[in-house]
Design a protein around this ligand. Structure first.
Ligand code: GLN
Length: 478
């Protein structure tokens, strides 16, 4: 096995369930690949080799006695290190959680286990998921498997890189403003942000609770659909979880796009580089050839997404991150009194970007400015939602670039936060509306690096979104 020869989760599960290969063999092959390239890539904060081997043995035993381990039997999954794993360090790539071991599993971890999947490791991220390059990790950056002088994107860069490198067949990330779709685009894999509330957030360490969603990384659209079906569905432990069963996606994957109305946003914010813009044009052509109807739509408030996000997300973060005070979690710096201890702990425990967000958020929420900033941003959010709702009267799905550019070099954007924030221009609006979005690889751009096309759809229209992505995958330039 090599990174050019990925093994799909769907195939692994079929083979393991039918006793064609053992889960143990599958795990050993992936661990060997990790041994070979992890030193150059640093996708993981922690590789769970022993646990993975023990779990594989359990699955092989189940198969031996004729029990079906489930739809993800023996499939190695890379888990972003902001999802709680009982008794296993969960760091958010922050020093402030040093030494903390969650006393419970996230709901998605339980669901993976019940489906027969194997968590192979906890992956690197921008500290508390704040960033677009994985360079904000307290443990050093992850590198892009396609070119190790470049970033994998972020904040779920570790999971995207792990899947792209063949360290795991599937990955899970979290997406607050683009953190699954942008790294998926940069690493040449599929990445999905489901409808808000479709996947339980119980056990996902909160960044901005009204925007956060967990979603899959996979080698192809069918694998992503399978994983999303497994992790979706109502969870009474998450009060924002939608009251319905798992999403129904895989059955409709091959239905094609004949008659589907695919929207081109005429007033999309500028910023996509020429190579990416050219691929977007080809994506529309490909869907037209497949029988879709291309329609022009306007989403005037799209362009305000970034501004609203950088008030709302930091505001929620400043409140969510107040709990890391040196008392209840992880790291503590001893000091003569409690206030001094809080200050010393937070000063030492948080990195620069996290501090910037806390300060932005505290400011946006402060008494004199609340209406002017936070309140105003909420109104813009509502406006964006109504503009999208109007566009979805005309179109069933919308296409945009997932990322404005292909993978950039490490260090390129670290000195200028605004240039980093602009990476999420096209992904942020669907976090603000709660609608789903997906990035599917569609050929290459400059320097032969992967380009991702984003498919957007209205809330709970995942099956249409995936159907469109499957068509793009079939027609992707080679
Ligand atoms: N890059 C965006 C940010 O830094 C989005 C991050 C995310 O989706 N977690 O906030």
């Amino acid at each position: 096995m090599s990174s050019t020869d990925p093994i799909r989760g769907t195939d692994i599960a079929w083979n393991v369930r039918n006793n064609v290969v053992s889960a143990t063999e599958v795990v050993e092959r992936h661990l060997a690949e990790i041994d070979r390239r992890e030193g150059d890539i640093h996708a993981f904060n922690l590789v769970l080799a022993d646990r993975a081997r023990a779990r594989a043995a359990e699955i092989d035993e189940a198969v031996a006695v004729g029990r079906d381990p489930g739809p993800l039997a023996g499939v190695p999954v890379a888990l972003k290190d902001n999802m709680c794993t009982r008794g296993v360090p969960t760091t958010c790539s922050s020093k402030i959680l040093d030494g903390w071991r969650p006393p419970y599993d996230a709901t998605i971890v339980t669901k993976l286990h019940d489906a027969g999947a194997i968590v192979i490791g906890k992956t690197n991220l921008d500290e508390f998921a704040m960033g677009s390059s994985t360079e904000n990790s307290a443990f050093g950056p992850t590198r892009n498997p396609h070119d190790t002088s470049r970033v994998p994107g972020g904040s779920s860069g570790g999971s995207a890189a792990a899947v792209a490198a063949g360290f795991a067949a599937l990955g899970l990330g979290s997406d607050t403003g683009g953190s699954i779709r942008q790294p998926a685009a940069l690493c040449g894999v599929v990445g999905v942000k489901p409808t808000y509330g479709a996947v339980s957030r119980y056990g996902l360490i909160a960044f901005a609770s009204s925007l956060d969603q967990i979603g899959p990384f996979a080698h192809d659209v069918a694998d992503a659909a399978l994983l999303l079906e497994v992790i979706s569905g109502h969870d009474q432990l998450d009060s924002t979880s939608i009251r319905q069963g798992p999403l129904d996606i895989t059955r409709q994957l091959d239905f094609g796009v004949a008659g589907l109305r695919v929207g081109r946003i005429t007033d999309l914010p500028e910023g996509a580089s020429p190579d990416v813009a050219a691929r977007l044009d080809e994506a529309f052509d490909a869907l037209r050839d497949a029988g879709a109807q291309i329609v022009e739509v306007e989403v005037p408030a799209f362009t305000y997404g970034l501004t609203a996000y950088y008030l709302i997300a930091p505001a929620e973060a400043s409140s969510n991150l107040a709990r890391y005070d040196g008392v209840r979690f992880g790291h503590r710096v001893e000091a003569p009194d409690t206030n001094a201890m809080y200050m010393a702990t937070r000063t030492e425990g948080f990195g620069a970007e996290v501090k910037r967000r806390i300060m932005l958020g505290t400011y946006a929420l402060s008494a004199g400015y609340y209406d002017a900033y936070y309140g105003r941003a909420l109104k813009v959010r509502r406006r964006i939602a109504s503009d999208f709702a109007a566009a979805y009267q005309e179109a069933d799905v919308l296409l945009t670039p997932a990322s404005p550019t292909v993978a950039f070099h490490l260090g390129d954007k670290t000195a200028d936060p605004m240039s980093m924030y602009l990476c999420d221009t096209y992904t942020i609006p669907s976090n603000l509306t709660g609608d789903p979005g997906l990035s599917v690889p569609f050929g290459t751009g400059d320097d032969d690096l992967p380009v991702g096309i984003q498919v957007l759809a209205p809330a709970l229209a995942e099956s249409t979104m995936f159907r469109t992505a499957a068509e793009l995958e079939r027609r992707a330039p080679r």
